[in-house]
Design a protein around this ligand. Sequence first.
Ligand SMILES: Nc1nc2c(c(=O)[nH]1)N[C@@H](CN(C=O)c1ccc(C(=O)N[C@@H](CCC(=O)O)C(=O)O)cc1)CN2
Length: 300
Amino acid sequence: MPAKIINGKTYADGLRARIAGHVERLKHEHGVTPGLAVVIVGHDPGSEIYVSQKAKQTVELGMHSEKYELPENTSEAEVLTLVQKLNADPAIHGILVQSPLPKQIDPMKVIATISPDKDVDCFTPSSVGKLQIGLPGPVSCTPLGCLMLLRDTLGQLEGLNAVIVGRSNLVGRPLAQLLLRDNCTVTMAHSKTRNLASVVRGADIVVAAVGRPQMIKGDWIKPGATVIDVGINRIPAPERGEGRTRLLGDVDFKSASEVAGAITPVPGGVGPMTIVCLLANTVTTASLINGIEPPKDLTP
Ligand SMILES: Nc1nc2c(c(=O)[nH]1)N[C@@H](CN(C=O)c1ccc(C(=O)N[C@@H](CCC(=O)O)C(=O)O)cc1)CN2
């Protein structure tokens, strides 16, 4: 039987509606309008689209939005000064600096300058530590989106074997923490893992976050497993016309969907969840900054 397709767009639409309700309550019951500042440096075409979407959806949900578009040659000091200004701005509850950054800017220095209270990406050392020990706060957007889709698809995750392929700070590591919290048995696989295919074959949940198009094949998947594809690989597609591209995930969707029980597509799977989880995190930080208990359905 072909796999159930996990529709991230539909789930994200429902979550957006819930977030809008929480924003209304924050405004009318507490006089707080959650505010998100997004900062982009340079002209990476993918990043420009994502940042515009973030700012647009922030406004659509009734929140305050500020977008800072800085030229490619912006110095590290200028970015740090902007982040410090946003740290001190009471109208801003979330700060996101879009990655990748141009090479003259050290992303670690930028992340370390963001106030942990406003760290909606959950990238600062303090936020990462809180996530590890289970303290309240925002959770990295893409991993939170993956967790929500997994819980929605499978219900309880307890006792399941999860294999995460990829150990990045953005996805693999934080997602491992979240799945451990849900009592999965978590294996983190990476470029040096031996017999990767057989490791993946042992998984009830496979998360692919390696950045290599179609690397994970159908015959690596245990029949009935749930497959979450985080990969967003833009590949030249001359058959669609000059200069055109298409998106491929890290999973070979065609062969994997013949074996898996459920699978996310690319596009339309995890991607749409990333932006909506950023908005959820902004509601969480706006609540915490104002001493209000954050909505329980927006955090794990
Ligand atoms: N500071 C951050 N930078 C980056 C993050 C992040 O979470 N914080 N994540 C990625 C990019 N990203 C959000 O910023 C993102 C990626 C993909 C999508 C998405 O909706 N994808 C669609 C396809 C859209 C397309 O055609 O490109 C999908 O998969 O359906 C949203 C956000 C790196 N940088």
